[in-house]
Design a protein around this ligand. Structure first.
Ligand code: XMP
Length: 518
């Protein structure tokens, strides 16, 4: 998606896990944001001419040899800069302040106390409005600390032990040690809005009202008279993509649903039923044996994703050839897939099968990814605007590699059979609740445990239930399901699925865990 005419906030990525939250928080507040690599040059920044720059957090220390720095000149070009966590440390270090390893790290919710300094400009980034100036709770996750701010800066807040915020209001340079982009930080959104609207002077011209018309034109231009094969999984992203493409190029589109055999119980038939009713060319290809064969002996989750990603493409290529050599491949790739897989600064947490796992020697001459600039919640908005049913637009996410990454260890037909039954019970029972968690599923672990069924000893794999509350899927809390619900799920699983004798409930948030187990 091209947003070159919109006011832009550049989010410079130093490998922080919350970079997408920062970019989303900016967009949710009506300003377009773009995540760029930390090696972006000053000339490239000037070309984009952003309203403001945000430096993300990151895993490194400013004193490490191979640490990621930035061009110091970005602090001199008059564009407001907000450094978050490592971003604040980097700004301090670059401008003559002092940073060192703290005696103990600050991890989790910390009390932040704005300084009561009448000489400070009013308002500072973190002390405005009626409620402001009072201590607030904020999420911190750092070991290094700024011990002395650079010349020209003032300290605007402390945590119990450390400097929590600094600013040079005249030069519009701001640093916060905490994370205003997460919902765990009280007033976090107000701080973000203050930066965007008061400090950067944004007008808020980003919305999705004209997205569909604009993107239809872009698709037509990119595709010309060529035919396009869309990889359709039936999930939110590829379904929205199918709907958008079928509006733009109805007679040039073929949707191919590769059923790798790792779908949830009955899901393959359901997808076929829904999409073959629509006025679009739809083909289902059943490839379970082929995928199982390719995954034989593989236990590493990243390798599973790579094998599945490559095999998807191979099936699409074969289908394209059968259909008369279709040159373009379309995918429902969204922005986080790209950011998470192609991450140069930070650790790759999980490669997405549709981005980081595409084979290099792909036969398609062009990729069409009309949603690649959007976050999940934005895709849902576009889906609603396209008139897709709520049941489809609001579906909980299901990973492209499906149950293959919810079976720990090697995937076999038998394990797939067990997990799909267990998962169906979990979804049925939690699905009955009035207020449902945002994502819920079962995981088949590779840890056997001793049990007793019908007076006989069993030694079967443990099943884990995962149910999470999240709005962005970047962080989550575990859902506090009632014991009654958990008990019923456990009873049903152990009595209806003969090879399971123990069920556990996963009570970790993200971070430190991820939502999926693999
Ligand atoms: P994690 O496990 O990283 O998951 O906390 C965040 C969200 O992404 C989904 N997910 C995936 N989706 N391909 C996908 O299409 C994948 O490889 C993949 N891995 C995780 C996950 O279900 C959750 O909603």
């Amino acid at each position: 998606m091209s947003e070159i005419n919109k006011e832009t906030i550049l989010v410079i990525d130093f490998g922080g896990q919350y970079k997408e939250l920062i970019a989303r928080s900016v967009r949710t507040n009506g300003v377009y944001s773009q995540i760029v690599s930390s090696d972006i040059s000053l000339d490239e920044i000037k070309l984009i001419n952003p309203k403001g720059i945000i430096l993300t957090g990151g895993p490194k220390s400013v004193y490490d040899d191979n640490t990621i720095k930035c061009d110091k000149k970005i602090f001199e070009i008059g564009i407001p800069v907000l450094g978050i966590c490592y971003g604040m440390q980097l700004m301090s270090y670059c401008l003559g302040g002092k940073v060192k390893k703290g005696a103990v790290g600050e991890y989790g919710i910390v009390n932040v106390i704005p300084t009561d300094n009448k000489k400070l400009p009013n308002p500072t980034l973190i002390s405005l409005g009626k409620e402001w100036g009072r201590p607030f709770r904020a999420l911190m996750s750092h070991k290094d600390i700024v011990t002395q701010c650079p010349p020209g800066f003032s300290i605007t807040a402390f945590s119990e032990n450390n400097i929590a915020a600094i600013e040079n209001n005249q030069k519009k340079l701001y640093g916060v040690q905490f994370h205003p982009e997460t919902s765990h930080t009280e007033f976090g959104n107000e701080i973000m809005r203050h930066f965007l609207y008061v400090i950067c002077g944004a007008k808020g011209d980003y919305h999705l009202d004209d997205y569909i018309d604009r993107e239809i034109e872009n698709i037509k231009k990119a595709v010309g008279k060529n035919r396009v094969l869309l990889g359709l999984s039936g999930g939110v992203d590829s379904s929205v993509c199918a709907s958008l493409l079928s509006r733009a190029i109805p007679n040039q589109l073929t949707c191919v649903f590769v059923d790798h055999g790792f779908m949830r119980l009955g899901e393959g038939h359901e997808i076929e039923r829904i999409f073959s009713k629509k006025k679009m060319n739809f083909i289902r290809v059943n490839t379970k044996e082929r995928f199982l064969c390719k995954l034989k002996g593989i236990i590493d989750p990243e390798q599973k994703r790579k094998v599945i990603g490559e095999e998807f493409i191979r099936v699409f290529e074969e289908e394209a050839l059968k259909l008369g050599d279709i040159p373009f491949l379309a995918q429902g790739t969204i922005y986080p897939d790209i950011v998470e897989s192609g991450d140069s600064a930070g650790a790759v947490i999980k490669s997405h099968h549709n981005v980081g796992c595409l084979p290099k020697n792909m036969k398609f001459s062009k990729l069409i990814e009309p949603l690649s600039g959007l976050f999940k919640d934005e895709v849902r908005i576009v889906g609603r605007k396209l008139g897709l049913p709520k049941s489809l637009v609001e579906r909980q996410p299901f990973p492209g590699p499906g149950l293959a990454i919810r079976i720990i260890g090697e995937i076999t037909n038998e394990k797939l059979d067990v997990l799909s039954k267990v998962d169906a019970i979990v979804r049925e029972e939690i699905g009955r609740l009035k207020t449902k968690p945002n994502q819920y599923f079962a995981v088949l672990t590779n840890t056997p445990s001793v049990g007793v069924k019908g007076d006989a000893r069993t030694y079967d794999p443990v099943v884990a239930i995962r149910a999470v509350i999240t709005s962005d899927f970047m962080t989550c809390e575990y859902a506090t399901l009632s014991h009654k619900v958990l008990g019923k799920i456990s009873n049903r699983i152990t009595s209806e699925v003969s090879s399971i004798s123990r069920v556990v409930y996963d009570i970790t948030g993200k971070p430190p865990a991820t939502i999926e187990w693999e």
